[in-house]
Design a protein around this ligand. Structure first.
Ligand code: ZN
Length: 331
């Protein structure tokens, strides 16, 4: 038995094999039940007893070598296959998703557009008239405080601290009936888990004939149930704003205790924003006759109400504006 010549023959056959099927045939020819190696093993009976031990050693050696060579070919073959097989899926590229603030804005816009509010986006840098004077805010109003608000060029311009300037722009440019939704960025000098120096607000304004507080309450209910779920209730509490009369703060039932009262809320209620009937002075400032027309307005944050949704877990408003992908990837 010539070990060398058998291995040489095997290597030659392997060189000619070009696919896994041929490799499998070669394997059977050598290692199969009626393959070359088993045939050789049968011949042990014909060998003189004193030579049998040497024959066995040679046979084992050849079996090991053949197995080794075939195994190495199998690996090579699968490597080649990986290189040329285009049907094997590649690594997926990472995909982006919408920012949570964008999700919130789309939801707000969807709900309020269904009852006729038209989305606008008014200025983020404004003059003194639109965010203050026209809104009936006197020179000593706290919103004009330099510690609260970002002023530019010695008070000539202001980064809008609220979205109510949109009311003035809308009413200056459009005659009633008006149903406007102004969603934009707002700026205040505050920073804490509940405050970010830049955040978003949305402002609803409805001006027409015979608008009542009942219309306001109905609109707030519609929005709250659409945004937070049909199990959430709304209430309005008397408050004071310069540009609405009467004015209200808007509360919704707490999701944690379902309105029973807990650590998170005030006796079952959470404050969410402000609202009221448009002040006659504001209508006068934009040239609308307050004896013919009246209206209501409401202004809420975007990020904070979104944080108050039961299924959203964002404990700190500043997390919206970090670059931490492990937070943002959840949306
Ligand atoms: Zn509660």
């Amino acid at each position: 038995m010539e070990v060398e010549s058998i291995l040489q023959k095997l290597n030659q056959e392997l060189l000619q094999a070009s696919n896994p099927k041929q490799l499998e045939v070669i394997k059977l020819n050598y290692l199969g039940r009626s393959g070359i190696i088993n045939d050789l093993a049968q011949k042990i009976k014909e060998i003189k007893p004193e030579q049998r031990s040497e024959f066995g050693k040679q046979l084992n050696l050849i079996k090991q070598e053949v197995t080794k060579i075939l195994e190495s070919h199998k690996i090579k073959d699968s490597e080649n296959k990986l290189e040329i097989d285009n049907s094997i899926p590649d690594k997926m590229p990472s995909t982006g998703s919408l920012h949570p603030t964008t999700h919130a804005i789309f939801q707000i816009q969807d709900i309020l557009s269904q009852i006729g509010f038209v989305r606008k986006r008014y200025r983020e840098i404004d003059d003194d008239w639109h965010p203050f004077k026209a809104l009936n805010m006197p020179d000593n109003h706290p919103a004009r405080d330099e510690w609260e608000t970002f002023f530019c060029e010695n008070g000539k311009w202001v980064l809008t601290p609220h979205t109510s300037n949109g009311q003035i722009w809308e009413m200056e440019n459009k005659k009633p009936p008006i149903k406007m939704l102004n969603i934009t960025k707002t700026y205040r000098r505050q920073i804490s888990p509940k405050h970010s120096p830049m955040f978003h607000q949305f402002e609803g304004l409805y001006v027409d004939k015979n608008v009542s507080i009942a219309h306001l309450k109905g609109t707030l209910d519609y929005f709250i149930k659409g945004f937070f779920g049909s199990n959430r209730e709304t209430r309005i509490r008397p408050y004071h704003f310069k540009f609405t009369e009467p004015s209200f703060e808007v509360d919704i039932t707490c999701d944690v205790c379902k309105g029973k009262g807990c650590k998170v809320c005030k006796a079952g209620w959470l404050e969410i924003g402000g609202a009221g009937m448009v002040h006659p002075n504001v209508l006068k400032n934009v040239g609308i006759n307050s004896k013919v027309y009246n209206g209501f307005a409401f202004g809420f944050g975007v990020e904070r109400p979104y944080m108050m949704k039961g299924d959203i877990n964002i404990p700190d408003i500043r997390m919206f504006y970090t670059t931490k992908l492990d937070v943002l990837k959840n949306f």
